[in-house]
Ligand binder design. Structure first.
Ligand SMILES: NC(=O)c1ccc[n+]([C@@H]2O[C@H](COP(=O)([O-])OP(=O)(O)OC[C@H]3O[C@@H](n4cnc5c(N)ncnc54)[C@H](OP(=O)(O)O)[C@@H]3O)[C@@H](O)[C@H]2O)c1
Length: 439
């Protein structure tokens, strides 16, 4: 562990301009994709309220950049940062360990914190906000949901006058890229995933994205900030996008819909209805128009109605803009002497349910034989489920025939036992796919 001085570099006019005694001293912990982009903005923009003083990363020597002013301290020792006179620590290493300890130590040392770390806030947000408040510090995490889309700052300020009861979003760019590629090119899921990985939109192990873990952490943060509800991310049902087939887009199109991974939370009295997973959405709806790796968040308020926020949900530069915007906000509050964290007077702890009432899309792959639809209809009728339509496109192999039944609105809990029963039928060659239809 060592503090190192950097080589002489040109000191830009912009940087010199920020050298005011009143500028807030900022340390970056984590100099990867986002950390580097944040440093670039701080060094280039001439933002007078902020002054970058430290960059901390493990094995920091290999991270040095010639465009960073020579008086910035490069270090791999986070304790050196915490023991210094920095006022804001920017945590950009990600994950829970050691990020959680670094953030707690920073707040205990009286430093405000800005982070983009969704796992940290989703799991420890309420505690950390209380800690920040008790220390007279700020904690901001605007980049932790939807990257560069300023939805969390909007919840903090522009929408705080409303009483929100619902939040829904396309929160995972990887899933949206894959689904919109299957939609436009009618390629198999595996090919769309490989393409996303080749373009850097999906990690080698993309399970967190595909199976909904990433999106439900973000939904938990939106619920915390917008609905003042404590939500353990793992308590939210997450359904994978892996079973989605190109043929599902053909059938969805017949219904005027497409398929997107939707994260939704609706607060009804003491219950938060929450779910993450693929859904049918109308092609001409806001969700239906979201292509590639963009994010969209819709909020529903008692007084203001519906609002939409669309933009780049990831990427170094858009995410860095959100981080720097948080820094400017925190610096402003510190300089005006109103530096204490505002914490909702109390967070609700609602019970969590995924038992939404919606119409449903059921897709079956069967070995064709007489009486299949009659058999399925009999099971559905016994469970008091009403069929809306039966769709069967011609031209498929009879040994692997896809067809669809749509159901009139019913609760998930009502549908589930019927699906269990159907899974044992001898003509079924794949587990059936059940997708909510959001109208
Ligand atoms: N990238 C995006 O588009 C995006 C969007 C929204 C939010 N975020 C969030 O932003 C945060 C940073 O993401 P990123 O994409 O910038 O990640 P990244 O590229 O992996 O950068 C993380 C940096 O932290 C360093 N690091 C990791 N563990 C460390 C430790 N124990 N001590 C010191 N340094 C350590 C890494 O060093 P090495 O070089 O040695 O690995 C790396 O330089 C994460 O919380 C992420 O979820 C990212």
């Amino acid at each position: 562990m060592s503090e190192t001085s950097s080589k002489a570099v040109p000191n830009t006019a912009a940087h010199r301009g920020s050298r005011q005694t009143s500028a807030c001293r900022v340390a970056l912990v984590g100099f990867g994709t986002v950390g580097r982009a944040v440093a670039k903005i701080l060094c280039e923009s001439g933002e007078r309220s902020l002054r970058l003083t430290h960059i901390c990363n493990r094995n920091v020597e290999r991270k040095r950049q010639p465009w960073v002013p020579s008086d910035v301290v490069w270090t791999d020792d986070v304790d050196l940062v915490l023991g210094s006179d920095v006022e804001i620590v920017v945590e950009l290493i990600g994950g829970l360990n050691p990020a959680e300890k670094i953030v707690r130590d920073a707040l205990r040392a009286g430093k405000s914190v800005v982070t983009a770390n969704k796992q940290l806030i989703a799991h420890h947000g309420p505690d950390l906000l209380q800690l920040a408040a008790s220390q007279g510090c700020q904690l901001e995490f605007g980049a932790s949901v939807a990257g560069g889309v300023p939805v969390l700052p909007a919840l903090r300020t522009g929408l705080s006058g409303d009483r929100l009861h619902g939040i829904a979003g396309i929160l995972n760019g990887t899933c949206n890229y894959i689904l919109s590629r299957i939609e436009t090119a009618r390629i198999p899921f595996s090919e769309a995933l490989e393409e996303a990985q080749a373009r850097g939109y999906a990690e080698a192990d993309a399970s967190e994205d595909l199976d909904g873990g990433d999106a439900r952490a973000k939904l938990a943060i939106l619920a915390l900030s917008g609905l003042h509800a404590r939500v353990v991310p793992e308590s939210v049902r997450a359904r994978s996008i892996r079973p989605i087939d190109a043929v599902d887009f053909d059938y969805a199109a017949e219904l005027g819909c497409t398929i997107r991974q939707i994260s939704r939370a609706d607060l009804k009295q003491h219950t938060l209805f929450a779910d993450v997973g693929p859904c049918l959405v109308p092609t001409d709806s806001p969700f239906g128009g979201v292509q590639r790796n963009l994010n969209l968040v819709l909020t529903s308020g008692q007084y203001g109605g519906d609002m939409a926020f669309l933009g780049a949900g990831a990427g170094g530069d858009p995410t860095a803009v959100a981080v720097v915007s948080d820094l400017i906000y925190v610096a402003g509050r510190l300089s005006s002497g109103s530096g204490d964290q505002e914490v909702a007077s109390c967070f609700r702890t609602p019970s969590i349910s995924s038992d939404f009432e919606t119409p449903w899309y059921l897709r079956f792959f069967v070995r064709d034989q007489p009486g299949i639809v009659a058999r399925l209809a009999e099971i559905l009728a016994r469970h008091r489920l009403n069929i809306d339509a039966v769709l069967q496109k011609p031209g498929f192999d009879k040994a692997s025939l896809p067809f669809v039944i749509t159901l009139e609105p019913c609760h998930n809990s009502q549908l589930h036992p019927a699906i269990e029963e159907m899974s044992g039928l001898d003509f079924s060659i794949r587990p059936s796919l059940c997708l909510p239809i959001l109208r």
